[in-house]
Design a protein around this ligand. Structure first.
Ligand code: ADP
Length: 173
């Protein structure tokens, strides 16, 4: 496959996002930012109680927006918490709100000198967003951002399972 400079900065990695040695990992949080299940639970368990303490100070986060904290016991220096839309059939601005999550997270990279970042499939677990459609939005937004950004060196899509891996691969074709 011939890669342009944008796609050469994108990778798909299988496994657990909490193990990745990147500058920042993204958390698919809920509006309270006070922890939850899925990837949120895994991140809070791995980071330790200090993460919850810092999250309390943030007073929540609106859908489509993002807030940054330290990573504490994680290998990642930062956690960027974003809140994806709950899937309600697709006619309730879900695509637009999911795209906004990616843009909000990416916008925090340059001011925080983040060079490497990893995304889980925001909204594709408990929030029910179809994985294939979510992967396509994720890839579109990341590509668009990288086209005009030169500071971010690596963007990793973390595939938690075979289906997710195939969806990212397909979206990157
Ligand atoms: P949401 O509420 O936004 O749907 P979930 O945490 O339920 O968030 O799921 C988001 C995605 O993260 C799902 O695709 C799920 O399979 C994946 N996921 C769950 N745990 C992990 C983990 N430890 N590392 C990476 N991805 C994970």
């Amino acid at each position: 496959m011939l890669l342009n400079n944008t796609d050469s900065r994108i990778a798909i990695v299988r496994g657990d996002i909490t193990k990745l040695e990147v500058d920042a990992i993204i958390n698919a949080a809920n509006t309270s930012l006070l922890g939850g299940g899925g990837v949120d639970g895994a991140i809070h368990r791995a980071a330790g109680r200090d993460l919850l303490e810092e999250c309390r100070q943030l007073r929540g986060c609106a859908t489509g927006e993002a807030k940054i904290t330290q990573g504490y016991k994680l290998p990642a220096k930062w956690v960027i918490h974003t809140v994806g839309p709950v899937w309600r059939g697709g006619d309730n601005r879900e695509d637009e709100l999911l795209a906004r999550c990616y843009r909000s997270c990416l916008a925090l990279t340059e001011p925080n000198e983040i060079k490497t970042i990893a995304f889980p499939g925001i909204s594709t677990g408990a929030y029910g967003f179809p994985m294939e459609r979510a992967a396509s939005i994720a890839v579109t937004e990341v590509r668009q951002f990288l086209e005009s950004n030169t500071s971010l060196e690596r963007v990793i899509f973390v595939a938690f399972g075979e289906k997710a891996y195939n969806c990212y691969q397909q979206a990157l074709l």
